[in-house]
Design a protein around this ligand. Structure first.
Ligand SMILES: O=C1O[C@H](COP(=O)(O)O)[C@@H](O)[C@H](O)[C@H]1O
Length: 241
């Protein structure tokens, strides 16, 4: 695991954007495409804007396929739909073709949405093992990642798949990649900043003891891939040296 600490969010976003472009260049060179899993929430907005503006001419974006690590069970035009945020900050400015974007269809019931989403990913990977080139993850202040929330059924998921999950504390369903599927990726990066994440970071990476049920982000440990944490100083304020 590699931990990269930045003074400011701007520096963090710039370096993470450079890193993503490097991985994309490599994947496009090797496989003529880049399979990029996006995170939702508020943290990635500025990064997506950087990718779709300053980085617009640095790679061939027509070779990029976009996926989502998780989705909220809300309509596609709801402000909380992760796909809408990505559309506004990334897809629209880049002019991404619809057939390069794998949205979760939340007009279906959650379990069916998860199955349909998994089927669309399987088809893209020709029903072979799903190894994403790059998975970007966020982390909530409760140490959830993607939609693997503490004390939910998703924590114990053993299959490399997509599942729906009821999150009691939010009184809502989510659709999420499982940790085993995430851990098959070639590159996984966490994007975490701000003092409200400091306690979670301390528990997730500052703790030798594993308690996946309480700190689901500890489940992320790529089998053969590379794991990098991009964080700011505020987020690691409670980590011991
Ligand atoms: O609900 C979610 O939260 C996490 C963290 O979001 P943030 O707003 O604290 O950045 C995010 O990674 C996940 O994709 C999202 O659905």
């Amino acid at each position: 695991m590699n931990l990269l600490i930045y003074k400011t969010q701007e520096e963090l976003n710039q370096d993470l954007a450079d890193y993503i472009i490097k991985v994309a260049e490599f994947s496009i060179e090797e496989n003529d495409r880049f399979n990029f899993v996006l995170t939702g929430g508020s943290s990635p907005k500025e990064l997506y804007k950087t990718l779709s503006s300053e980085c617009k001419d640095r790679i061939d974006w027509e070779k990029v396929y976009f996926f989502f690590g998780d989705e909220r069970n809300v309509p596609a035009n709801d402000k909380d739909y992760n796909g809408l945020m990505a559309k506004q900050t990334l897809f629209d400015p880049l002019g991404t073709a619809e057939d390069h974007i794998f949205y979760v269809n939340t007009s279906l019931p959650p379990e069916e949405a998860a199955k349909a989403y998994k089927a669309s990913i399987d088809a893209h990977f020709n029903n072979e093992e799903i190894i994403f080139d790059f998975i970007l993850l966020g982390m909530g202040d409760d140490a959830h990642t993607a939609s693997i929330f503490p004390h939910t059924t998703l924590v114990g998921a053993k299959e490399e798949t997509v599942l729906s999950v009821y999150v009691e504390k939010l009184k809502t369903y989510r659709i999420s990649l499982t940790a085993p599927l995430i851990n098959q990726a070639d590159n996984v990066a966490f994007l975490v900043f701000g003092e409200n994440k400091a306690e979670a970071i301390k528990n997730v990476i500052g703790n030798e003891t594993k308690d996946f049920d309480t700190y689901p982000s500890q489940l992320i440990d790529p089998i053969d891939g590379k794991l990098t944490w991009f964080v700011d100083e505020k987020a690691v304020a409670l980590l011991q040296d």
